[in-house]
Design a protein around this ligand. Structure first.
Ligand code: SF4
Ligand code: SF4
Length: 167
């Protein structure tokens, strides 16, 4: 195809590329973009941290609770974290906007906090994390879930043992 016919064809059909940055550029279905985290549904199992091949995910115990950080500049968008997460608390979004100034590199982070709690039963230290529902049979009612969230790990284990014995 010579230049003239190519020119005419492009005039008729329009450009093959998206007009970014003057309009949004759509992403494909199941596009693997920036990681997002939901502390409300996180079990604090830390499977995502262990599964991450680049060390982009870090959990840390602080007086306020368990902090979550995912560094976008270290992430390679492999999807391992989302694949291994039992609750869907971590997932990849369609957001691919990662260009930033060098000065802003330490701002490229998804941050979350699973708040610390005082156990409503024994007064010990706990986390307001989601109960590991995958292992619990029969499934928890919303009231039981709420009660479990207010307990420390030891009291959660006792609560579930008593529940199994009652079943
Ligand atoms: S997508 Fe891959 S590299 Fe990125 S945080 Fe998840 S496991 Fe780590
Ligand atoms: S529940 Fe998901 S997001 Fe939370 S620690 Fe476990 S794997 Fe990570």
């Amino acid at each position: 195809m010579n230049f003239l016919s190519l020119f005419v064809r492009n005039l008729v059909h329009g450009p093959y590329t998206d007009p970014f940055p003057f309009a949004p550029a759509p992403t494909a279905a199941r596009f693997r973009g920036k990681v997002a985290f939901d502390p409300e549904t996180c079990e604090a199992c830390r499977k995502c941290e262990r599964a991450c091949p680049t060390g982009a995910i870090r959990f840390e115990r602080t007086p306020e609770g368990m902090t979550f950080d995912c560094w976008h500049d270290t992430c390679v968008f492999c999807g391992n974290c989302a694949f291994h997460c039992p609750t869907g608390a971590i997932h990849q979004t369609a957001d691919w906007h990662l260009a930033h100034l060098q000065a802003d590199k330490y701002l490229q982070v998804e941050h979350g906090l699973i708040p610390a709690i005082v156990c409503s039963s024994c007064g010990g230290k706990g986390l307001d994390s989601a109960p590991a529902i995958g292992k619990i049979k029969p499934p928890l009612s919303p009231e039981e879930t709420q009660e479990l969230r207010s307990l420390c790990p030891k009291c959660r284990a006792k609560y579930l043992k008593d529940r199994r014995q009652r079943a």
